[in-house]
Design a protein. Structure first.
Length: 479
């Protein structure tokens, strides 16, 4: 087998998926930096800002980060408005500003700086976990112009206090910024050769972004607009990954993986168990897609007779890959699709030897975006339990400003657009049973729906009419 999986993995993933889910350190702020960089078409020199806020290190502070050097540089550049500003004042500002731009823990030296703030001058050339955001940028720019224009408008505004504070530290614009997606035109899902069902699902997701943009355009705070846009962006990537196997096999009987939302507060409630089961099934679907993806790659590039040598992963010992490959060769002799056997084996080798699997990326992004719970690693199988701000953007993405819906209509929209199950109807139970989720019955689903209505009331989205009908209004807390 004449290739190294580690070297080829990113190229294969970027072609079939659009980005490489190869780190568990991904955070929404990484998505933001990659997304903003693609939409703007440029980045900025953030070195002065990084030197200002990164002043603690285990091996001591290097000279560009020393307070005296920072202070002298600001004086020489004429960026201190008055002679009354002293080094002690700068030291206090450094501590305060670090808490702001490093709020997500993503600002370091050596080109690793995605800043927790929303202005164009803080968009950097960070190289860590950026391609998910870059893919999101290409996708949304193509299919959700209202949403992307809302983001660009917010980035151009310079009236927020963070931009005002950091202005003396801002650098020059950098044209042709570095990107992790070097050939976005080769991403299958963004081209005309995209499987039809995948294209349909992606269009449905971006319809949600367009709807949400109408709400966000009415919000007076640009930082809130950007934060909520990024929350929804993280949801888009998670739902997109969950749909991949289903949409690539449009002619099969495979059902769309469900997101069973858990609004209960009991650890062993049937809905919690059903939600955890749906999470496991989604992860299994992503794993199977990798087998399909690698199989298709092998089918296009390698005749069967050439698959006699095992692949390898970086410089790690080859015993494991050789054993896995020998077993695959035996199984392939009688398989209906030998390439699928080898494709699944490639994923097994990847999972055994790589530092991070796509499941860890998927889980980390969902946890940090407020969709999966609990956040700690003691429970790898999460329940799908959206936090308040994530629930808010999802509701606003299916109901236009001014819309008034009854509860069944709202749940129907969430189900059709995002595959979300909450409960309250016989159709929900049938959907769970068809998906192989047997933990919840009608009573549990009804209890979950009741808890869902309480969550809507907490957001000021819902009220109970005199006839007992729940009415949902999309203005919510912004009015």
């Amino acid at each position: 087998m004449p290739f190294n999986i580690k070297e080829q993995r990113d190229l294969i993933e970027q072609h079939y998926i659009g980005f490489s889910p190869n780190t568990a350190s991904v955070k929404p702020v990484h998505l933001a930096n990659g997304l903003f960089r693609v939409l703007l078409g440029h980045s900025y020199d953030t070195r002065q800002l990084v030197q200002f806020v990164v002043y603690e290190a285990k091996k001591g502070v290097s000279r560009p980060h020393e307070l005296s050097v920072i202070f002298d540089r600001l004086q020489e550049a004429g960026r201190l408005d008055t002679d009354e500003i002293a080094p002690v004042d700068i030291a206090m500002l450094r501590q305060a500003l670090r808490k702001v731009v490093h709020a997500d823990g993503a600002v370091f030296t050596d080109g690793m700086d995605s800043h927790s703030a929303g202005t164009k001058q803080l968009v950097s050339n960070d190289r860590i976990a950026q391609d998910g955001g870059e893919f999101l940028g290409h996708w949304l720019r193509q299919q959700a112009p209202t949403f992307t224009n809302m983001i660009l408008t917010a980035l151009q505004e310079e009236t927020d206090p963070i931009t005002f504070i950091v202005r003396p530290l801002l650098g020059e614009r950098i044209p042709n910024p570095k990107t992790q997606l070097e050939r976005p035109n080769e991403i299958v899902s963004l081209n005309n050769n995209c499987p039809s069902l995948l294209r349909t699902r992606m269009l449905a997701l971006t319809e949600g972004a367009q709807c949400l943009a109408h709400h966000l355009n009415e919000h007076p705070n640009k930082l809130t607009r950007l934060r909520m846009a990024l929350l929804f962006g993280s949801f888009l990537l998670v739902r997109y990954m969950a749909d991949l196997e289903h949409t690539w096999q449009a002619n099969s009987q495979l059902a769309r993986p469900l997101f069973v939302f858990d609004f209960t507060d009991q650890a062993r409630h049937p809905m919690r168990l059903a939600s955890q089961r749906s999470f496991v099934l989604v992860c299994q679907s992503i794993t199977r897609f990798y087998g399909l993806m690698f199989a298709d790659y092998l089918r296009q590039h390698y005749p069967l007779e050439s698959l006699n040598e095992p692949p390898w992963y970086a410089k790690k010992p080859r015993e494991t890959s050789e054993r896995e490959w020998r077993e695959a060769q035996q199984e392939a002799t009688s398989a209906n699709d030998p390439y699928l056997v080898f494709g699944e084996t490639l994923y097994n080798i990847l999972a055994l030897m790589a530092e991070t699997t796509p499941i860890k990326y998927f889980r980390a992004l969902g946890v940090r975006g407020g969709l999966f719970w609990p956040p700690h690693n003691l429970q790898p199988a999460k329940q799908i339990a959206p936090r308040q701000d994530m629930l808010e953007v999802l509701i606003r993405s299916v109901a236009m400003p001014g819309d008034t819906l009854d509860l069944p209509t709202l749940q129907q929209r969430l189900g059709e657009r995002y595959g979300i199950i909450i409960g309250g109807s016989i159709d929900d139970l049938n959907a769970l049973l068809s998906a192989g989720i047997y933990q919840a019955d009608n009573e549990a689903l009804k209890e979950n729906q009741t808890a869902f209505t309480h969550a809507l009331r907490d957001l000021n989205f819902a009220r109970m009419l005199a006839d007992g009908v729940m009415e949902v209004q999309a203005e919510g807390i912004w009015k």
